[in-house]
Design a protein around this ligand. Sequence first.
Ligand SMILES: [Zn+2]
Length: 371
Amino acid sequence: MRVTEGGVELEVPGEQTDGIEEAVFYNPRQELNRDLTIATLRAYREREERATSYLDAMTASGVRGVRAAADGWDVTCCDVDEQAVDLARENLERNDCEARVEHRNVNAVMHDEPFDVIDLDPYGTPMPFADAAFANCRDLVCVTATDTAPLCGAHFNSGVRSYSAVPRNTDYHAEMGVRVLISALARSAARFDVGVEPILTHATSHYVRTYLELEHKATSADAAIDELGHLYHCEDCLYREADPGLIADPLETCPHCGGNRMLIAGPVWLGPVQDSAFIAAVRDEIPYTFNTAPQARELCDTVAAELDEPTHYDQHKLCRNWGLPANAMDDFLADLRDAGYEASRAHYGGTTFKTDANVGEIRAATEDSLE
Ligand SMILES: [Zn+2]
């Protein structure tokens, strides 16, 4: 079957499932991810002019590699699956794009030669590829993780195994996944004296995507480790607290409601997960010809305006907890700002927001409007 996205045309084998033809080696649900990748690569080339080589580490149909090559990158596509490698070659040829295609274990490819940009887009956890990527990438590591249940603590043991961290299932589960993932990646990079700075991160329909700019300096690795810490979360009133540092000093009872149903998660990444000025540049690189342009631009706007707070709230969940009706989000956030707090929407859902107010302060600032 034929697929067109971002100006390139791909032929991918189809398979009949429940009478619907589905593409093998091509995930249409990741088109937003790929459109943002291309826009990010364009913006990144302006930021770091020496960046020219791009490794599509799990190329499958070759779609990312073809799109990056069409954009002028010096592309290497890699896959362990022979059928995928053949397909990637055909799709490159179909679009008159030149790229090297490797039928090898990508960890071996990464250890053999350095790349400016490495893109890890595996099925499931990216951690088996993280060490080789950080040891051999010069500038930017792009990572997709699709194992959101382990990342957010819903599949607890699997999350602990993959990420060497304790994830907890909270009302901000997608962001728990973001912060567990970046924590594990930062610790992996630090082993090679590499510091990471997340310049764009989003959690969208069952995957987390983050773009980490690298600095090859031990002091930068130390600075990244300094962004790690723990989250203490009250299951009763949804109070949460961030505690910087690798040594936890957990709260036994909730300082807000006095309850003892406290969850402890960590080490998680507590630092910023985006660079707003860079995201504005990414947004400018999304042309209307991209199929997901409206969603991708809206996502950039929301993410760029998000406060640098390590967790978000869901207004509906708070109001349900308080036994009060929810009001319009804009009015709710205006009440918080009028009371002197910072407040922004968050990209995790239509009723999610970030603020520097704690759960008691949020209620005091907004409840008069919720009667
Ligand atoms: Zn509490």
